[in-house]
Design a protein around this ligand. Structure first.
Ligand code: ADP
Length: 430
């Protein structure tokens, strides 16, 4: 089978966000970590069994030429897999600078596809992102009055997306305003025809509700490429007669032993570790100072895990209070401490999988990246949602075995996230 929708996301969590929305709208989705190498048969096999593939790049804040290059490589892989429509996904706060990267990547994709027209909308009303008269609102305030004004890498000081995007593109940028969007797919198509006749290449589209996104989805079915936040995902699957269904999130049945690896130091994760300890489950604390002193902490952690894994989930964690983390950082340096802990936890994850762990919860954004890389995972089939934006996934290990994994960054999840997520995975399967 060939894939329907080929998606290119400009960062990892944004990719997961989009994948999650597509699954909720009924598509079976695989998220790939970067563009697969030419010999990655695993990625091809996973993609062949999906309606949509989301390739996660790290192209949001790199130089525009690099973002274009990576996006075009993703495009050719997706086209080779038969993708019928391309979805360029960026942040719902339109994170970019006058140099890009939203504009340059959009135009490069249009050029490669021979497309003379596309849309742009970061609207995601469920998350408080709405677009009206081309202006982006974050909750109740305009983008330029939100915290994004002071973002260190992509400060957003203009809320008018027509002018923001116009500054990044060579093609004229226009607007499909709410009057057309509210009137339905035919009115949107008529407005597209009008803008095309005027020579407009990219149109910002207003959307203040999910219904707006659904109407928009229907109207853009024939565009070779669309560009949006993750909200438009709600409106596209029906173009292939795909409806929301629990089957979209079904993963292979979980098997094997259970473990949690936590290198997150955020407040929510501290609470989750405390809760796990409170319930008397086995947990091993990884001390960065002992790693720095040359002790083989990973081996100790694995010996501890092996002794307890048969009885249920085991937690290996470096999570500490902000004060304790500051002390360690003061002694080792923040970057050095982070690197040491990430490497150790990645080795622990490898060892756990070697011991038969096949259900793994990972806490921490950076930690997740290190673990996924160490395990050689290149693709994740997206399963049921545990918490908004945090799904269970099924990954193929390099030897073809399945690993159920969830990657929880920072402040996601309630206090009982670790055991609740494992319970949910096994309930879904039963
Ligand atoms: P989060 O998603 O909560 O920000 P991350 O994994 O992205 O979690 O980042 C946490 C960083 O802190 C990682 O680089 C990790 O290695 C580092 N770290 C984890 N535990 C400690 C600790 N006890 N002392 C110092 N640094 C730590």
């Amino acid at each position: 089978m060939t894939i329907r929708l080929g998606c290119i996301a400009d960062d990892f969590t944004g990719a997961t966000d989009l994948a999650n929305n597509l699954v909720r709208a009924g598509m079976r989705v695989v998220q790939l970590i970067d563009v697969p190498s030419a010999d990655d048969r695993q990625a091809v096999r996973q993609a062949e069994d999906a309606d949509a593939v989301v390739i996660a790049l790290k192209s949001r804040t790199v130089p525009a030429a690099d973002a274009v290059d990576a996006s075009l490589r993703a495009l050719s892989w997706l086209r080779e897999m038969g993708a019928e429509q391309i979805y360029f996904k960026y942040c719902s706060t339109f994170d970019s600078t006058p140099a890009g990267n939203i504009g340059p990547v959009t135009e490069a994709l249009m050029d490669a596809l021979g497309a003379d027209f596309t849309i742009a909308t970061p609207a995601f009303p469920d998350n408080g992102r709405t677009v009206f008269k081309g202006h982006l609102f974050v909750g109740d305030v305009l983008l330029a009055d939100s915290g994004m004004r002071h973002h260190p890498l992509t400060p957003m000081t203009d809320s008018n997306l027509v002018s923001v995007l116009g500054a990044q593109t060579t093609r004229p940028v226009g607007l499909i305003d709410h009057k057309a969007v509210a009137a339905g797919a035919d009115a949107i198509r008529a407005r597209i025809a009008e803008l095309r006749a005027q020579g407009v290449g990219i149109a910002v589209v207003d959307a203040v509700s999910n219904e707006d996104l659904v109407r928009m989805g229907e109207a853009v079915r024939d565009l070779a490429v669309v560009t949006a936040g993750s909200g438009l995902a709600l409106g596209l699957p029906t173009n292939w007669d795909i409806k929301p269904s629990p089957a979209a999130a079904r993963l292979p049945s979980p098997a094997g032993l259970q473990a949690v690896v936590s290198g997150s130091v955020s407040v929510a994760t501290n609470g989750q570790v405390r809760e796990f300890l409170r319930t008397g489950r086995p947990a091993f604390s990884v001390d960065p100072l002992r790693i720095a002193a040359g002790e083989n902490v990973a081996a100790e952690a694995l010996a501890f895990a092996e002794a307890h894994l048969a009885d249920g989930p085991v937690l290996i964690y470096s999570t500490e209070s902000p004060d304790a983390v500051r002390t360690v950082q003061g002694r080792l340096g923040a970057a050095e401490a982070g690197e040491l802990v990430e490497q150790t936890l990645a080795r622990v994850a490898q060892g756990l999988v070697a011991c038969g762990v096949r259900q793994l919860v990972v806490a921490g954004g950076e930690t997740s990246g290190a673990v996924v890389q160490a395990l050689g995972i290149t693709g994740l089939r997206i399963g049921p949602q545990i918490d908004p934006g945090v799904p269970w996934c099924a990954a193929a290990l390099p030897d073809g075995e399945a690993l159920h994994i969830t990657l929880k960054s920072g402040n996601f999840g309630g206090p009982d996230f670790f055991s609740a997520s494992l319970d949910l995975l096994n309930e879904e399967a039963s």
